[in-house]
Design a binder for this molecule. Structure first.
Ligand code: HAM
Length: 420
């Protein structure tokens, strides 16, 4: 029996990787332009980091982590998201002593044990950005602008930005009490998950997608009703900044992110029509997280984009990438000496940065040409005994069938000129 891969962890096959590489190039160029430096953190961390950072009461930590003991019995978890790990690295490497703000980005796989469906996987990838060391609302706006610019460069349409503020722990204390008193008499009408949430994580009641719960919570108190003066001023300033950058948004008072570290600004980019999973990117401010993880008090704000969801959306909107723009050359040779010589030509082409390949199965001339055709190459270089004796090669354009004999020294300049 062949062994299959676990559910919800897709292979990314040749052919699909062009799209990934294009997207990754966009990320890197954009990060460079906005002054973000790349960070790569490990795939697994001590479980405690996520318990403390993301929050033990969250679904992500309580139900969705891949947790295991190593050989010495220490509990490790595959990272379910990037922020906590970047914060850990920020503290561990004393980045708080660097010139602030420190602006970082990452691309990599994350792991969550959730029910797989279109746009939701157990291994998925995120592009994330995090800024440390500034409470300025202008930084929140920059991060949001970067996120939207990313989608714009890719050509995605129909996105909407939703923003809110979840307030600081002070604002939230009152909110939680008020929310619980509001919902307590109506718990019988809630879904099973929400009945659990009333005691475990009442804020999450606000963004339940079940129609019954939505209805019951329509008039419920939200974080925006309880913002303290400072949170309220920060949120107002952020809206001004967005206005100045001509970024339109909807305020969604019911937005509650599924991670406990948020304080103040929170946002999601929504794209209707990519299945049940409509958030293709999301983030917010986490001014207490560095401290919670054992570092000096340092504010932070950031986002993460779901790469698979972004690619799905691009596909649904029929947005194609040009993929590999190199022509591709196939070197065809017949006869022992010619084959040996063809190897040197192949080496020279590759050295010159031209994508080139040859037959590896001792096929005859016709069969080699057929191979070239099947691979969709644009040009074939043919070396036979006669060409060999004359120091030439035949160059054939596959689309027109046009063939010319050129001196070997002309081969590379000719291919380069055709490519341009
Ligand atoms: P998140 O909302 O949990 O936030 O995830 C961010 C994005 O990752 C989602 O909007 C979605 O596109 C994608 N995503 C999440 N789970 C899955 C899944 N199972 N399959 C496919 N895509 C998924 C965070 O992770 C925070 N760390 C974001 C952040 C950074 N906040 C501040 N800085």
């Amino acid at each position: 029996m062949p062994i299959k891969k676990p559910r919800g962890v897709p292979d990314i096959l040749p052919g699909e990787t062009d799209r990934w590489q294009h997207l990754e190039r966009v990320v890197r160029e954009l990060a460079h332009v906005y002054g973000y430096q790349e960070i790569r953190t490990p795939i697994f961390e001590f479980t405690e980091l996520f318990q403390r950072g993301v929050g033990e009461g969250t679904d992500i930590v309580a139900k969705e982590m891949y947790t295991f003991n190593d050989r010495r019995g220490r509990s490790l978890s595959l990272r379910p998201e990037g922020t906590a790990a970047v914060v850990r690295a920020f503290i561990e490497n004393n980045m708080y002593t660097w010139p602030q703000p420190v602006k970082l980005y990452y691309i990599g796989p994350m792991f969550r044990y959730d029910r797989p469906q279109a746009g939701r996987y157990r291994q998925f990838h995120q592009f994330g950005a995090e800024v440390f060391g500034s409470t300025e609302p202008g930084v929140d706006a920059e991060v949001i602008e970067l996120l939207l610019r990313f989608y714009k460069i890719l050509g995605l349409k129909g996105l909407s930005l939703e923003i809110s503020s979840v307030g600081c722990p002070e604002c939230r204390k009152e909110l939680t009490d008020s929310l619980v008193s509001y919902i307590r008499p109506q718990t019988a009408g809630l879904c099973k998950d929400c009945r659990d949430r009333v005691d475990r994580n009442p804020l999450r009641l606000l963004d339940c997608k079940e129609p019954g719960c939505k209805e019951l919570l329509r008039e419920a108190p939200t974080p925006l009703d309880f913002l303290c003066l400072s949170c309220s001023a920060h949120f107002a300033a952020l809206r001004q900044e967005l206005l100045a950058l001509k970024i339109s948004y909807n305020i969604n008072p019911h937005m509650v992110r599924g991670l406990d570290y948020y304080t103040g600004t929170s946002f999601e980019v929504i794209l209707p029509g990519i299945g049940a999973q409509s958030a293709i990117g999301a983030g917010g401010r986490y001014d207490n997280l560095v401290k919670t993880c054992g570092g000096p008090p340092t504010p932070g704000v950031g986002f993460a984009v779901g790469i698979e969801r972004t690619l799905l959306a691009l596909e649904e909107q029929g947005i194609e990438f040009s993929g590999d723009t190199q022509p591709g050359v196939f070197v065809v040779a017949v006869g022992e000496d010619a084959v040996r010589h063809a190897l040197r030509i192949l080496q020279a082409l590759r050295e010159a940065g031209i994508r080139a390949d040859r037959d590896h199965a001792n096929r005859g001339l016709k069969a080699q040409l057929k191979q070239a055709h099947r691979r969709g190459v644009k040009w074939v270089v043919i070396v036979g005994e006669e060409e060999l004796s004359r120091g030439t090669a035949a160059l054939r354009a596959m689309d027109t069938g046009e063939q010319v004999e050129v001196n070997e020294s002309e081969l590379i300049p000719r291919l380069r000129a055709w490519r341009a």
